[in-house]
Design a protein around this ligand. Sequence first.
Ligand code: ATP
Ligand code: MG
Length: 577
Amino acid sequence: MNPNDNKDGAPAAPSNFIRNQIDEDNRSGKWSGRVETRFPPEPNGYLHYGHAKSICLNFGLAESYGGACHLRFDDTNPEKEEQEYVDSIIEAVQWLGFDWREHLYFASDYFDIMYACAESLIKAGKAYVDSLSAEEMRALRGTLTEPGKDSPFRTRSIDENLDLFRRMRAGEFAEGTHVLRARIDMASPNINLRDPAIYRIRRATHHRTGDNWCIYPMYTFAHPIEDAIENITHSICTLEFEDQRPFYDWLLDALASAGHFPRPLPQQIEFARLNLTYVVLSKRKLIQLVDEGHVDGWDDPRLPTLVGARRRGFTAEGFRLFAERIGVTKSDSWIDMSTLEECMREHLNEAAERRVAVLDPLKLVITNYAEGASEQCHAPNHPLKPELGKRDMPFGRELWIEREDFMEEPVKGFHRLYPGNTVRLRYGYVVKCTGCEKDADGNVTAVLAEYMADSKSGTPGADNYKVKGNLHWVSAAHGYAAEIRLYDRLFAHPHPGQRREGDPEGYERSFLEDINPDSKRVIRAWLEPALRAAKPEERFQFERHGYFVADRRDSVDGAPVFNRTVTLKDSWAKGGK
Ligand code: ATP
Ligand code: MG
């Protein structure tokens, strides 16, 4: 099998430097064909669109090479982590359609092994307990251009180090009095190799291990060990860890030499993180948006979280398509939001059934249609999929149409309803506009028309009518009013908070200033009766208006409310709205 082919026969994924590395390893037999990746979130927040890129990459590689991808909670920092985040991350990865099978892990389950690894390093003379203050340590670290200097504690004996480290663990010392450091090279041009800290004292309760520990491993020490314990072959991370790779390799080599892990050792590979316009992906900013009430919670459909995306009506397939389309690279770049939206449209165009909704309703009265009478018209559920059949759409004397579909005095090129003009009511009859009714202020309150009894769609001769307008409508007697949320981009500017021309000298623009005031509009619309049966998360194309999803939180049986996912066309193209 070509390793670029998905198991289910989906089109080959385009090659990239990570696939090339895996192909090379498979050729050389380095891992005997095994491919094991991991997605290692820290459970300190909700996943966002950027994580989706990493999830699709890691799980996607495992899928296409017949390997496995682990879901590993990197929960080595006791202070910021919570079960709520663990649950939401599990749900999000499942929602994206990926399966870790038996490979669900928690880094905190490895605390004993990590501790043993640290003792091994001490015994090999590769780690020491430093008792300088944080400030003193910083002063000796050196700079990018100057080497660091050795700590006076660097030469402690192995026995003294072991004794101190064990007493750190036993809780004899206050926070900040001692740290365990790797003994590498204070003069290294790579600052990450200047005796990095690997264990520190923290009197904090961990969400899984409780108060079992009062020392916790540093992320840079814990992560390579987690990979080695799980037999990860390719440890894929974002570019900012490139300078950490020498330490990753140093540490695993030292531990393999001490007999902790077999060789070959996992290999770290870096790729460029997702930067997306019109959103913010930093955890700090997302928390601020939620805490200060700029959005309605973590699953607000405007927020770039995956719970938000789900309520927005974005699809897992859309995210996978997006991940494939943007690919993986070695250099940072910006992806335009329209690329993501277009991927959603592409999937929804294929997956979503069509329905009719009138978002800005105006009454149309068919004056020559009998009062109280009604009949069924038939609308195809999907223009590209006749096998999905048709649904009934009741027609009657009074209909709702879009206000913008009538002009008493038409402008040039307007082919919809105006006195004297003939249009087709989609899937129904051809009607001729005869006038309108107005209120005292001159606002149009109803449009009047007459229908042609022999023009019903699908009947012989119906096509003989040549009309230019083709309008959607909902029967007033049969349709129902429902709440619709018209969501749009959360920010009105591609780079929220970035300095702009015209900003006063020295002015610090906040990303909050760039919030789009029209990012959520709530309206009451008239929907065709078939939509009453929509189930939470069922998605539709509302003809002419875009893609909508029945809200999974606020819909009740028989009365769904809908969120707009995306408009049919990109309304932000060419310099914004
Ligand atoms: P933190 O600043 O808290 O570390 P984080 O966004 O890196 O935030 P993690 O939970 O550490 O959050 O991320 C899990 C994985 O997702 C990491 O492997 C990280 O590289 C990847 N990831 C995070 N943000 C992006 C992004 N914008 N694009 C691609 N991958 C990302
Ligand atoms: Mg991180």
